[in-house]
Design a protein around this ligand. Structure first.
Ligand code: NAD
Length: 286
């Protein structure tokens, strides 16, 4: 697959998603530059990538030689000027519009004219992020799924200003890193979260109203719809704090009560029952 001259890829933010994106892009043979906010976070991101690569060897998916080659292609930096010769930069910082706009404004100054700038946002308006740049035709969403090395889907989110050439390059790039791409609209939730959120929220409302148990809801969806995991287990996996944030953002944008967070979800977040990451959500993981 012709990847239309993308050779070097920048990744901003090396947390859960950024580390996965950097790992997958480097494994596909691209040079990668990873930027973090400070040296401690950069070191933490480096360890996340190395840990995940080591896991791939243990699972027989990569050889030691593959790992050495991947690691050799990743450069870690605290200086955005190191993106100057990147052909594509993927932003994966914390889900906050002001922060993303600030970073896109800086990227627009630091990157060469032809470079494509992409955001991995889960639910923010991509045209709003693009609007702070002088290259709206070269900005789009590249929405990866967690865990990035395992999940096949890449939603390519096209805004009303994204150019045809940018879209074609992004499609070819997505396929070159082993993902199956779909083109999604720049609407709250894109495709996957647009469908998933009402499903999560309705399952939570059923538990909240006491009409069905969480176990029966999950069992019914797994066996009746052939899903690998029920919605409440999946919500615990995604993180109830994340699900609540996305639900609030979608409700704010659309004023549609189907997307409003149920009181039970807000209370669980207030109690820090975020799901697997805090060892307690709808289920216990202690
Ligand atoms: N977690 C998921 O399942 C998931 C799935 C798809 C998309 N996303 C989206 O991906 C993005 C990142 O999410 P995450 O779960 O990886 O979050 P995270 O908190 O694990 O990582 C965010 C990283 O961004 C870094 N960062 C913050 N400000 C920065 C700056 N100025 N410069 C450089 N780095 C900076 C933080 O230090 C942190 O390491 C968000 O937009 C989120 O909505 C998340």
């Amino acid at each position: 697959m012709d990847n239309l001259n993308i050779k070097k890829v920048g990744v901003v933010g090396c947390g859960l998603m950024g580390s996965g994106i950097a790992e997958v892009v480097a494994a596909a043979g691209y040079d990668v530059v990873v930027l973090e906010a400070d040296s401690e976070l950069l070191d933490k991101g480096n360890k996340l990538i190395d840990g995940s690569l080591a896991m791939s060897v243990r699972r027989g998916k990569m050889t030691e030689a593959d790992i050495t080659a991947s690691k050799g292609r990743i450069k870690y930096t605290l200086n955005m000027a190191d993106f100057r010769d990147c052909d594509l930069v993927i932003e994966a910082v914390t889900e906050n519009m002001e922060l993303k706009k600030k970073i896109f404004n800086e990227l627009d100054q630091a990157c060469k004219d032809g470079a494509i700038l992409a955001t991995n946002t889960s639910c923010l308006s991509i045209i709003d992020i693009a609007s702070v740049t002088g290259r709206m035709d070269r900005v789009l969403g590249l929405h990866f799924f967690n865990p990035v090395p395992a999940m096949k889907l890449l939603e390519i989110v096209r805004t009303i200003a994204t150019g045809e050439a940018t879209l074609e390059t992004a499609k070819a790039f997505g396929q070159s890193i082993g993902k199956t791409v779909v083109i999604a609209p720049d609407i709250p939730g894109f495709i996957v979260n647009r469908l998933l959120m009402p499903f999560f929220l309705e399952a939570i409302r059923l538990v909240e109203s006491g009409q069905a148990s969480k176990e029966d809801i999950d069992r019914a969806v797994m066996l009746g719809l052939n899903h690998p995991m029920g919605p409440l287990k999946l919500a615990d996996f995604v993180g109830l704090d994340t699900a609540c944030f996305i639900s609030e953002a979608m409700y704010k944008e659309m004023s549609d009560t189907r997307f409003a967070p149920p009181v039970l979800l807000k209370k669980m977040v207030a109690a820090r029952r975020y799901g697997r990451k805090t060892k307690r959500g709808f289920y216990d993981y202690g």
